[in-house]
Design a binder for this molecule. Structure first.
Ligand SMILES: [Zn+2]
Length: 232
């Protein structure tokens, strides 16, 4: 990592420290007693889609689990294996009793591209990426059946969104998720961050489509004055 990155991170922590451990440290004192987030967000590890940054969240606001391509695996018998995402979901639902689970997908997702390309990332028996993104195999199948003749870019975008729905379906395979939903204590949501347009979309069950929750900013057409930097 270039040293300027490290300096940036240290300066960033100093700003955080000033904000929360300065004269008014009441929020941190409160949080030291325990966290009570109302949402679990399952997002992608992609450096461009930090949920806290995107949503202006503060400490204690949101419980987050990030992984490649924001996938939720189906519930499996534990058998002593290591299921990080499943553990995060269980903790959020059973212990924190969150009110909602949001699966946040995004445009230009490298994990979804790997899924759509369908080639192992390496021949190594330790190739975890290919196996992981394979969770979205059903989303890939539905994308190829409906958009088989579309460009690869279009297919990726379609799959990014259908993979969110696949994860929502997989969420329903966890017994404590289904139970909390049946009891009206929990809801699940599919969101999509359009990185190109700066839009936030949400899946609408009624229309069966992702619709803007926050639309793209309207940009005035380029004109000579703004191009020359003159403020109007
Ligand atoms: Zn991604």
């Amino acid at each position: 990592m270039p040293s300027h990155d490290l300096e940036k991170f240290i300066a960033g922590f100093e700003r955080f420290q000033q904000q929360y451990y300065g004269e008014d440290n009441s929020r941190i004192e409160e949080l030291a007693q325990g966290q009570h987030p109302t949402s679990l967000l399952i997002g992608c590890s992609d450096s461009r889609v930090d949920p806290g940054l995107l949503m202006g969240a503060e400490p204690g606001d949101v419980f987050v689990s990030r992984n490649i391509a924001n996938m939720v695996p189906p519930c499996e018998i534990c058998q002593g294996t290591h299921h990080g995402v499943s553990a995060a979901i269980q903790f959020a639902v059973e212990q924190l009793k969150v009110e909602r689970i949001i699966v946040l997908g995004h445009a230009r997702c490298g994990g979804i591209r790997a899924l759509m390309r369908g080639v192992p990332t390496s021949d190594s028996p330790f190739d975890f990426v290919s196996a992981w993104v394979g969770i979205g195999a059903a989303a890939k199948r539905s994308t190829l059946s409906a958009f088989g003749h579309a460009s690869f870019e279009v297919q990726c975008r379609v799959c990014e969104q259908s993979s969110i729905l696949n994860s929502l379906n997989n969420l329903m395979t966890y017994p404590w998720v289904r139970e909390a939903i049946d009891q009206g204590k929990l809801s699940i949501h599919g969101w999509y961050f359009d990185l190109d347009r700066g839009e936030l979309l949400a899946y609408s069950k009624r229309t069966g489509a992702f619709l803007p929750m926050v639309s793209a900013l309207e940009r005035s057409p380029a004109n000579p004055e703004s191009a020359s930097g003159v403020e109007t």
